[in-house]
Design a protein around this ligand. Structure first.
Ligand SMILES: C[S@@+](CC[C@H](N)C(=O)[O-])C[C@H]1O[C@@H](n2cnc3c(N)ncnc32)[C@H](O)[C@@H]1O
Length: 266
């Protein structure tokens, strides 16, 4: 049976079909429709999401990717995705991007693909503000509570200290406000989207960051996500990936000298 295909409902003791979806069946659906790789963390989170699984029925084998927009599947994704992120995460990669920001193609448009709670997109907003560039920054993710936190544009003072990776040159771009710190930069735009099913109106970007996201995906989904993102990258634009990611040789990308984990679109 292909991953995520409809399968027989589990039988309750009465012989009637039990309500809901078992964790292993939900895992197969999330693999096919969101590309999520089975893992102990995902399985644990699914096993802890009993009431959410109870609201789901096995989808047909050919269910479209848009199934994940339905309230019950969206709620399950909210509960099982992993949102670990930080301001200026991998700061040397970010500062290498800052050096190249003024020469990016097009009016600067920057995408944080898999933005979680927004630290990466707000990092980009601060970079653009310091460079004096009126950039448009977009963050996309599947997790709605993370997107709501991202849009709020403030970060808890910790511990851990949310400023711990912010280089000295950018520290004055954040102001303390009670138990929060707020970036002093125009707000990015955040929207819910599946990286396997990018919105048609997403547009083209001078730089796309997809860091620490592909590690959660199956190999085939990683390749598909990268193909889709490269289609949204302007020629001469930059793609920034996580430390263990590498795009396939079939993609029109070459490594960017002096910028870790960064490729330039040919
Ligand atoms: C660990 S966070 C990475 C955050 C940030 N990019 C960083 O490097 O700090 C991974 C994010 O990818 C999102 N994600 C995973 N699969 C996705 C998919 N198919 N479509 C959209 N977002 C996805 C998760 O919801 C999560 O917020």
């Amino acid at each position: 049976m292909p991953p995520g295909a409809a399968e027989a409902q589990p039988q309750a003791a009465s012989g009637a079909p039990a309500r809901g979806l078992p964790p292993e069946a939900a895992e197969r659906v999330l693999a096919r429709l969101a590309g999520l790789a089975p893992s102990p963390v995902l399985r644990r989170r699914l096993e802890g999401a009993v009431p959410l699984l109870a609201a789901l029925a096995p989808p047909p084998a050919d269910a479209p990717l848009s199934l994940l927009d339905s309230p019950a599947w969206a709620a399950l994704l909210d509960a099982v995705t992993v949102q670990e992120t930080r301001l200026f995460r991998a700061a040397s990669q970010i500062t290498a991007l800052a050096d190249r920001l003024p020469s990016l193609p097009g009016a600067p448009r920057l995408l944080s693909a898999g933005c979680a709670t927004g630290e990466e997109a707000w990092t980009l907003a601060v970079l653009a503000a310091v460079a004096g560039l009126p950039a448009e920054i977009v963050g996309i993710d599947l997790c709605r509570p993370a997107l709501a936190a991202a849009a709020a544009g403030r970060f808890g003072t910790g511990p851990p200290d949310p400023m711990r990776e912010v280089p000295p040159a950018y520290r004055s771009c954040f102001r303390p406000c009670g138990d929060w710190i707020e970036p002093l930069a125009p707000a990015p735009r955040f929207r819910r989207a599946n990286l396997l099913d990018l919105p048609e109106d997403l547009g083209l970007f001078g730089a796309i960051l997809c860091r620490n996201v592909l590690i959660y995906l199956l190999p085939q989904a990683r390749a598909e996500v990268l193909r889709g993102l490269v289609d949204h990258l302007l020629p001469g634009g930059l793609l920034l990936l996580g430390p263990t990611d590498a795009p396939g040789p079939e993609l029109p990308l070459r490594p960017e000298a002096g910028a870790p984990g960064t490729w330039r679109r040919k």
